[in-house]
Design a protein around this ligand. Structure first.
Ligand code: ASP
Length: 436
């Protein structure tokens, strides 16, 4: 029968883990864009729809899981976990810039590129760290949520969650205690429901990612990319080295003492989503779903560390500043002194704290780094054309860093179950969890 045949195809299709289907869409969409060229940009709304669907989930997931997490957190615990998370984020970001500088010093991208000065000199404004810090406290919590501002939302929700936990412990009235319990239960139900929606959105992601990639390559074409091959390769090599040495080798294998493969397999949906949509914030619902469903990390850690990481921890973005600084210096035939390279580390780490995890942030941040080094800002306009490609590698590295640090802090606080999920089972055993 036709019906059962169609069902057969559908269930065979669904039995392939979502990450492979999205991976295939990534490759096929890119090829489609290259072959078809400009007309492929007509697919743009289909790609935008995927990003909108993910964005829709950010605030609800952050709110639900953070309040759930507060159930198990005392203020002192939160202070301890917060300190560990922020410290580890800062260290990995600094290491990332060192890796970026080291690899770029070896490869020296940008040598032999003439005529670059004709580039469009458009630049953007660097973020103001002080403003960002002050902005953490929302004047109006509902306004912050409505605007999708993650940091002020985290701040308010943590305060509210902790207050709920304190009320539950101290108040005499049974009604109030029951009320708090009910709020926690509702939040738990809400979070579970949101994770279900994440996997539903990922099903649509197969179409969304195809469209996103077709548009990028349809617009750029290979001609626009070739002159930047060395820059792209240098960044690709540097992020590979950083993920392998720092995230997988240093953090997961050495400090956590678990299999790096388990982190990659557990976080694969988030990594490929980051690669596809080039936004840490947009990827957040998937990163949280992976931390919960596959890596079996407790929400008392990830509900706090992942939204925070999406904003303040950007290893790939920081690393790119190192690579781009060397590239820019080579373009003008300058070489950066050790002092200047250390300046890049300081500026990149600080700026990556203040900048939002959205597409193109790393390019904006470059303005700050170049100004600090006295290099021409026109370089920003010059590399802007290939930034949609570079941004993907940066964002994927940002997410990998968030997940590695979250795992480490969860281990330190006994908030992860290494006997289950991908830690215990490997690829095959978690595939159904992805899709259900
Ligand atoms: N797009 C990156 C992110 O969302 C930031 C960047 O531009 O490097 O994490």
């Amino acid at each position: 029968m036709v019906g059962s045949g169609t069902m057969g195809y559908w269930s065979r299709y669904r039995s392939v883990p979502i990450v492979y289907r999205i991976g295939a869409a990534f490759v096929l969409g890119s090829l489609f864009g290259l072959l078809v060229g400009e007309p492929a940009t007509a697919l743009e709304p289909l790609g935008d729809l995927f990003i909108d669907l993910l964005s829709m989930l950010i605030i609800p997931i952050v709110v639900f899981t953070l309040i759930m997490g507060a159930r198990r957190l005392s203020p002192s615990n939160l202070g301890k976990i917060g300190g560990q998370v922020v410290g580890a984020y800062a260290i990995t970001s600094a290491l990332a810039v060192f890796v970026g500088l080291a690899v770029a010093n070896l490869i020296n991208p940008g040598r032999g590129l003439e005529g670059w000065q004709d580039a469009d000199a458009e630049t953007a404004e660097a973020p103001d760290i002080q403003e960002v810090l002050l902005g953490i406290v929302p004047e109006n919590p509902l306004g912050a949520m409505a605007e999708g501002e993650v940091l002020p939302t985290i701040f308010f929700v943590i305060v509210f969650g902790l207050a709920l936990a304190i009320v539950q412990e101290n108040v005499d009235s049974e009604n109030v205690r029951d009320g708090v319990e009910t709020i926690f239960d509702i939040m738990e139900a809400g979070a579970e429901a949101m994770f279900k929606v994440v996997w539903g959105v990922m099903e649509y992601g197969v179409i969304g990612v195809f469209a996103l990639m077709a548009v990028v390559f349809g617009e750029a074409g290979t001609d626009a990319i070739v002159p930047f091959a060395m820059l792209i390769l240098t960044l690709a090599l540097a992020v590979t080295v950083h993920i392998a040495l720092v995230h997988l080798g240093g953090i997961v294998a050495m400090l956590v003492g678990e299999s790096p493969r388990a982190l990659l397999v557990g976080g694969k949906d988030a990594l490929i989503t980051a690669l596809s949509i080039r936004s840490s914030s947009g990827t957040l619902p998937v990163t949280m779903a992976n931390a919960d469903d596959n890596l079996h990390i407790d929400e008392s850690v990830y509900s706090f560390s992942l939204p925070l990481g999406a904003t303040i921890n950007m290893d790939g973005t920081a690393l790119y500043q190192g690579v781009a600084a060397i590239f820019a210096a080579n373009l003008v035939g300058m070489s950066l002194t050790l002092g200047q390279q250390l300046t890049v580390v300081a500026v990149a780490v600080l700026a990556s704290v203040g900048a939002a995890g959205v597409p193109g942030t790393g390019l904006i941040m470059l303005t700050l780094v170049l100004t600090q080094l006295g290099l021409p800002l026109e370089v920003v306009g010059f590399v802007a054309g290939v930034d949609p490609l570079l941004d993907r590698l940066r964002t994927m590295t940002n997410i990998s860093g968030d997940l590695a640090v979250t795992t480490l802090v969860a281990k330190w606080n006994d908030a992860v179950d290494f006997t289950s999920g991908t830690w215990a089972a490997g690829d095959e055993a978690i595939a159904p969890a992805d899709d259900d």
